[in-house]
Design a protein around this ligand. Structure first.
Ligand code: MF3
Ligand code: CO
Ligand code: CO
Length: 274
């Protein structure tokens, strides 16, 4: 996800153009997204007490290379690893670490972004480590459902504010909060482009969703307050109150009739369409 920038009212020169792909490019987004999902499908079952986040990173690295891809996070603005491993009160951008050993009751978000044939697939899931508390389980469930509420709000001719509104109005009545400093983002042949996809907001506001627009939805949901702070490593974002945070992310494209999700897991189907 990207850090929400303050809008410069006079000029918006830092903004790049939105990631709009042609129908001919979609198979490449499909392949990159499928690889990203496959990496999570393979690494997820290995997440258990005793494993270090550095071991997870090593696996992601190996699976990415074996597929002829590279990992976008590695070296991105100096990021030192192949994926983000965000545990418990870490909201996002946790750095894999050989000293960080998973323990029963943790929740961990694993965020991967392989680049395959020049195209990016960006997806993350939050995994429970062994048995977790009922509250942690509820947080993870609500966050997953919030992602799908956001996806369900995507339609050609709609606006990004529809997505944020759908997420916020689902999450807040359940007593959780929506992180505001980080957003979803356009993606295709670059990691983070326009549109900026806030996970809160008002319907019918923000950028227009045109067919071909590729972007991520990646709500970060907290048990306590939404505010985060960045640790001294310059990356790790943690909740200010030390309470748990969860996240799920998919990469998708607006189609002529709705939406296509590029990063569906092998056992995953749209829960809104059954
Ligand atoms: N994958 C993250 C996202 O969803 C970005 C990670 S950037 C990194 O946008 F440098 F921290 F890896
Ligand atoms: Co992302
Ligand atoms: Co990501």
């Amino acid at each position: 996800m990207i850090r929400l920038k303050r809008k410069d009212k006079k000029s918006n020169r830092s903004a790049t153009s939105a990631s709009i792909v042609t129908p001919e490019e979609r198979p490449k987004m499909r392949a990159a997204g499928a690889l990203a999902a496959e990496i999570l499908d393979k690494v997820g079952p290995l997440i258990e007490p005793g494993v270090t986040t550095a071991q997870i990173d090593q696996l992601v690295h190996e699976l990415t290379e074996a597929a002829g891809a590279t990992s976008a996070p590695y070296g991105y603005k100096g990021f030192p690893a192949h994926c983000c491993t965000s545990l418990n009160d870490v909201v996002c951008h946790g750095i894999p670490d050989e000293k960080r050993v998973l323990k029963e009751g943790d929740i961990i978000n694993l965020d991967v972004t392989p680049i395959l044939d020049g195209y990016y697939g960006d997806t993350s899931r939050t995994f429970p480590v062994g048995e977790v508390s009922p509250l942690a389980r509820e947080l993870v469930g609500v966050t997953y459902e919030a992602l799908w509420k956001g996806i369900a709000a995507v339609r050609p001719g709609g606006r990004v504010g529809d997505i944020g509104h759908a997420i916020q109005s689902f999450v807040e009545p359940r007593g959780f909060s929506v992180v505001r400093q980080f957003t979803g983002h356009g993606i295709a042949t670059a990691f983070h482009t326009k549109p900026e996809v806030l996970h809160y907001g008002k319907p019918d506001t923000g950028d227009l969703l045109q067919p071909g627009t590729c972007f991520t939805i990646e709500p970060m949901i907290n048990i306590g307050e939404w505010r985060c702070q960045i640790l001294d490593d310059g990356w790790t974002a943690v909740t200010v109150d030390g309470k748990l945070s969860a996240q799920f992310e998919h990469t998708l494209v607006v189609t002529e009739s709705g939406v296509e999700i590029f990063t569906l897991g092998k056992d995953e189907r749209n829960p809104l369409c059954d």
